[in-house]
Ligand binder design. Structure first.
Ligand SMILES: *Cc1c(COP(=O)(O)O)cnc(C)c1O
Ligand SMILES: [Zn+2]
Length: 428
């Protein structure tokens, strides 16, 4: 009998190659994202599910770290990953929001408190930079709508990687400060995200850098699957009936589906139909427009919305997102900037969760679909909140209350309290 000294993760990695989503052509596990040899389709990581099935169980997962790395057999990282505590964010039973919307079984997955930078992007970046490091990159980069730059700069700092990130120059101050504090090189490009992304593709071809959402995109996007795994586990090892999530490129949406399917495939959860509904801002809604018009292709738009973090005018995974919404009996809808602000306030007032504009978009679409009867009252529904409101305070600053400024005397408080009661009749 021989004893293997190598840890199993090194000798038996579960991911085996990259495959073109369009034509199926296989590629080796390098830093590449398009099907260069055949059709220029996007590449996706392929796994050996028999190997995963033989290795994982509910018990092994539950015994793992309270981060995305409890699912590491489902992630494309071979060596010791960068673990900054990303993932395993709260899933809250949203009784008060549910009551407001007529939904009896609503849950909020709150990635606004993700680590280290308070958005779902920490998931994809933790995976991408772990992979970047093992592929030998020493400088990492990204084309960002804001949160991705925060996350890439922070996790690169933790891992000691050099970092140069690109954003549109008109981002919210919280997103800019929340990148600069980690002291990366920050390129603020005078243009929209789609122009930033095109520039970055050229940089990626010229400089030997690891761009998390360009040449590392197949690895990066796998990180979003953990939003599916965690929900299954936190619901007591079952699938929901309906999910509502925001759409920028559409990647997150498609990977939540892949995550659900994988847990079914390896026998961790029983199969059942899950409806997928997506949220966009009217000022940048190319996927919602295509869905509403029954198209399966995207007409690119120029973004004009307060929901900057999801303002992608030419979304790469748009057609896949439309296909999923159609197949599953879901919907893709858009809401106005005013509705987005109302969505932020509604979630804050009913559940005590302060989300950014992307979350406001998602809550507003949830409300719209519930009002239209497109979400049934008893469906087990999960709404994905992907970012934190303290990063986009501009969006709500003029739509919320003011403090009562008083003297440090009881009489002054007394007068103010009477005014407060007059404007808030439920106070006693
Ligand atoms: C990036 C982002 C999304 C969506 O990203 P996809 O490109 O669709 O994967 C959603 N919410 C927030 C807050 C984001 O930063
Ligand atoms: Zn191909």
């Amino acid at each position: 009998m021989s004893i293997s000294l190598a840890p199993p993760h090194v000798s038996e990695q579960t991911f085996t190659g990259l495959r073109c989503k369009e034509c199926g052509h296989m590629y080796e596990l390098g830093p590449r994202h398009v099907c260069e040899d055949v059709c220029f389709g996007p590449l996706e990581v392929v796994y050996d599910y028999d190997r995963i099935r033989s290795r994982v169980s509910r018990a092994t997962i539950e015994a793992g770290p309270t981060s995305i790395w409890r699912y590491r057999d489902f992630l494309p990282v071979a060596e010791e990953p960068i673990d900054v505590g990303t993932g395993f964010t709260p899933l809250l039973r949203a009784k008060r929001l549910g009551r407001a919307l007529g939904l009896n079984n609503l849950h909020v997955k709150n990635d606004g408190v993700n680590m280290p930078t308070l958005s779902f992007k920490d998931r994809v970046v933790s995976v991408a930079l772990s992979r970047a490091r093992e592929l030998g990159f020493t400088t990492v980069s990204c084309a960002s709508t804001g949160n991705l730059a925060n996350s890439t700069a922070a996790i690169a700092a933790h891992a000691g990687l050099d970092c140069c990130v690109f954003i549109p120059s008109d981002l919210e101050s919280g997103k800019i400060l929340g990148t600069l504090v980690y002291n990366p090189i920050l390129m603020a490009v005078k243009g929209n995200y789609d122009q930033v992304n095109r520039l970055c593709s050229e940089v990626a071809n010229t400089y030997g850098w690891g761009f998390v959402n360009i040449n590392l995109r197949p690895y990066y996007s796998e990180g979003s699957k953990t939003l599916a795994y965690e929900v299954i586990e936190q619901l007591g090892w079952q699938l929901p009936n309906h999910i509502v999530a925001p759409l920028a490129s559409g990647s997150l949406f498609t990977k939540i589906r892949k995550g659900f399917q994988e847990f079914v495939q390896v026998g961790l959860v029983d199969d059942k139909p899950v409806r997928f509904s997506g949220a966009q801002a009217e000022g940048c809604s190319p996927i919602a427009q295509a869905f509403q018009e029954g198209r399966d292709f995207i007409k690119p738009v120029k973004p004009q919305t307060i929901a900057k973090s999801i303002a992608i005018g030419n979304p790469a995974d748009g057609p896949y997102a439309i296909d999923i919404a159609n197949r599953t009996g879901g919907n893709i809808a858009a809401v106005s900037d005013e509705e987005i602000v109302e969505g932020i306030k509604l979630l804050a007032e009913t559940e005590g969760i302060f989300t950014e504009t992307a979350g406001g978009t998602t809550v507003a679409v949830l409300k719209k679909l519930a009002e239209q009867g497109r979400i049934q009252p008893d469906e087990l529904t999960v709404v994905y909140i992907t970012g934190n409101g303290l990063k986009t305070t501009e969006a709500v600053a003029s739509s919320i209350g003011q403090p009562f400024t008083i003297e440090p005397q009881l009489a002054s408080f007394h007068t103010a309290w009477e005014q407060a009661q007059a404007s808030h009749p439920h106070l006693t």
